[in-house]
Design a protein around this ligand. Structure first.
Ligand code: XMP
Length: 327
């Protein structure tokens, strides 16, 4: 796909038929661009990189090398789903990198949110670079750039992109098959490519992942508690018809404990914050009116099923004055 400007004549992809036509055209273009060369892709499991992976698998099969970096800050079940969908079901050439200890060691003792973000971003590039250096004959780098990324950046480059920032001697030709698509179109294409609904329609998830929801300096006990409480929240929202209705919902854990009582014994454990918000563009947000009974049920589950937690709070603050994330 040439150029960074969406032609005015380009029809919005809203139906499976339009998606199929886009896929057929892209597969042909990708085959022409790539020939018999190899392509590298950082596959996070997010919508954009997953759709790019599925398109490239269709176009060039095993010539695509996907690298999935598990930095330990993904939600429960996400790394497993990437392996299941892409390696087991789509037979992708997938390299799974367990970098959990590496990331957590680098983050140990770092409390400042922007420092945490920088460390996570920089370490991601380092891990990806190491994997890229182990491979021979890679000529292309695929990226899940979408049209809003181009529109939002001054120079037409996805500034916050995962793999931007690779060193000079590791520069590849870019392959960006969905760069002229809006998010809703990427989802329609993803569905037509056979990706699972919970991958295609998933709620926004920040690049630094649970790292910015385990507030302050990340510790393994709180990180696990965030992951487990988030999984309970998602399960309950799905069961109660809120999945797909609420724009973004998650849990966060601060770095202080409070006193509680369990089985007649005094406890000193962490609180969990629940956040559930609706927005159009993430610039402002309103709080979802979650039924009180459901909040009580979720509280019961989190305080009985999640270790090191004795209290649950619901965040009632819109944006502004709060941001959506806590960090
Ligand atoms: P805030 O917290 O600024 O969030 O109201 C607005 C939206 O952006 C997401 N967010 C991030 N996404 N990297 C990302 O890729 C980040 O560092 C980051 N911080 C916040 C947030 O989840 C929400 O959807």
């Amino acid at each position: 796909m040439q150029g960074n400007v969406r032609p005015e004549t380009m029809e919005r992809i809203t139906t499976p038929e339009l998606a199929e036509a886009f896929i057929a055209e892209q597969v042909k273009e990708l085959q022409e661009q790539i020939g018999d060369k190899k392509v590298l892709l950082a596959l996070s499991g997010g919508v954009d990189s997953s759709v790019v992976a599925a398109l490239l698998i269709k176009a060039v099969g095993q010539q695509l090398v996907c690298v999935h970096v598990n930095h330990g800050l993904l939600r429960k079940g996400e790394p497993e789903q990437v392996v299941e969908v892409f390696k087991n079901q789509m037979n992708a050439n997938l390299i799974y990198v367990d970098a959990v200890d590496r990331f957590l060691d680098k983050l140990a003792g770092v409390a400042e949110p922007e420092k945490k973000r920088k460390i996570i971003g920089a370490e991601f590039i380092r891990v990806f670079e190491e994997e890229a250096r182990k491979l021979d004959g890679i000529e292309f780098l695929a990226q899940g750039t979408i049209y809003p990324d181009i529109l939002e950046s001054d120079d037409g480059v996805k500034a916050h992109h995962n793999v931007g920032g690779l060193p000079e001697d590791l520069q590849f030709e870019l392959v960006e098959p969905v760069k002229l698509l809006f998010k809703d179109e990427v989802r329609v294409v993803g569905k037509a490519l056979g990706l699972p609904d919970n991958m295609v329609f998933r709620q926004p998830f920040p690049g630094p992942g649970l790292g910015v929801r385990c507030l302050g300096a990340i510790t393994r006990d709180r990180l696990e508690a965030v992951r487990e409480s988030d999984a309970i929240l998602r399960e309950e929202f799905a069961k109660n018809g809120l999945e797909g209705k609420v724009w973004q919902y998650f849990t966060a854990i601060p770095d202080f404990k409070g006193v509680g009582i369990k089985d007649g014994k005094r406890t000193f454990e962490y609180p969990v914050f629940i956040r559930a918000v609706n927005t159009k563009d993430a610039m402002t947000a309103t709080v979802e009116d979650v039924p009180f009974e459901l909040l009580q049920h979720i509280t019961k589950r989190i305080t009985t099923e999640v270790e090191n937690v004795n209290r649950v709070l619901y965040d009632l603050t819109p944006k502004p004055s709060a941001t959506i994330e806590w960090e």
